[in-house]
Design a protein around this ligand. Structure first.
Ligand SMILES: [Fe+2]
Length: 369
């Protein structure tokens, strides 16, 4: 068994319990995408054999640079930036910036915020020098730092989630997301963070400290596209409905699973645009007050599910150590690609809350048609 990525894991009961599978030489469960991909790459009934097969496939990978990248050159506060669109409608990588130094000028912060609102997710590379405190300082330019799951009223104390067991000394709001060969771990399934909170976090920031040589990308999906792409009759039917968002067992506090009810169509409080605020990681049904018959409810949710992760609304970000992504949870879903076991991956996450408290609760204000 490999050394755990964080010393706290070595005495963590959940980690040790999950490590039993590795000790018994059992491959990762095929009921998770991580286990399924591993089985595809290197079919074996022994974990050790499976791992050796995959590592042999990846052993000769070396980093390199190829081809042409299209970017838009801009100069902000005297700094030459290169803006690389990841996909036509979502995602821009901002090259040429130092997040530890270049945000002292408010004009740069305004520029990045406007780009973020326009592109839903902005990414940065080569920021490995940014310390954990530096990440907090960067995040504070855009909003108030939230607790690991947004609002401070809800601090999960469930023993079931590995992720929240790793606490950062001095930065209680940071969530460390480890994955190693012994206990693989990835947040799979399209979701926006902590929508089971009454006032979910506005945005999230993710820093990559350890990246696999291949795999482990994070994918982002634009919820404006999802709303626009819904069939017209469904849009009209659901426009004024509210949906029930239910947290998972790992989000429990004192044994109680958190639940919040939010509008299905959500108005983005800064751009005024409508997003589909339903993601099937946390939403199973509409609010009972609407009395939607079960069959119809299922059919509508199926239509919405078809919009999740459509390639046209989605971009995919390849991590390197020092890569940072900041996304808007009000109009973006995300998921990790759980295909990288047995490689290591180590991420750090902060949530950010809107400075303007009146904009934190999701609402719908219909636009003129
Ligand atoms: Fe997430």
């Amino acid at each position: 068994m490999a050394e755990p990525q964080d010393p706290q894991l070595a005495t963590n009961p959940t980690y040790l319990q999950r490590a039993e599978r590795a000790k018994a030489d059992k491959p990762p469960s095929r009921s998770t995408p991580l286990g399924a991909v591993a089985q595809v790459r290197s079919p074996a009934s022994s974990r050790r054999q499976m791992m050796e097969g995959i590592l042999a496939q990846d052993r000769d990978l070396v980093p390199g640079t190829f081809g042409t990248v299209y970017y838009k050159p801009v100069t902000v506060c005297g700094i030459d930036l290169k803006l690389e669109p990841v996909q036509p409608s979502i995602g821009t990588v901002v090259h040429g910036i130092d997040l530890a130094r270049d945000l002292d000028d408010p004009e740069m912060v305004t520029f990045l915020r406007e780009l973020w609102l326009e592109r839903r997710v902005i990414m940065f590379r080569n920021q490995a020098h940014l310390t954990r405190d530096g990440m907090v300082k960067f995040a504070e330019h855009f909003g108030e730092i939230g607790a690991p799951f947004g609002e401070r009223e809800h601090m999960p104390n469930s023993p079931h989630d590995l992720n929240q067991q790793v606490k950062v000394e001095g930065i209680p709001n940071m969530l460390v997301l480890p994955s190693d060969e012994t206990v693989p771990n990835a947040a799979t399934g399209w979701h926006a963070d902590a929508t089971w909170q009454p006032r979910p976090p506005m945005g999230s920031i993710l820093m990559c400290r350890e990246a696999p040589p291949v795999g482990g990308d994070t994918c982002f999906c634009d919820c404006h596209g999802m709303w626009e792409g819904l069939p017209l009759d469904i849009k009209e039917r659901v426009e004024h409905l509210r949906a029930v968002h239910i947290g998972s067992v790992g989000h429990q506090m004192d044994g109680v699973t958190p639940v919040a009810v939010h509008p299905v169509a959500r108005t983005h409080p800064e751009t005024g645009r409508t997003t589909l605020y339903v993601q099937q990681g946390f939403v199973r049904r509409f609010s009972e007050e609407h009395g939607v018959p079960e069959d119809e409810e299922k059919a509508i949710l199926r239509q919405m599910k078809l919009q999740e992760g459509r390639p046209e609304y989605t971009c995919r970000f390849r991590w390197q150590p020092g890569s940072v992504a900041m996304w808007d949870n009000r109009c973006v879903l995300h998921t990790a690609s759980a295909d990288f076991w047995p490689h290591r991956r180590l991420m750090e996450r902060l949530t950010i809350l809107d400075f303007d408290e009146s904009r934190r609760t999701p609402y719908y204000a219909p636009q003129e048609h």
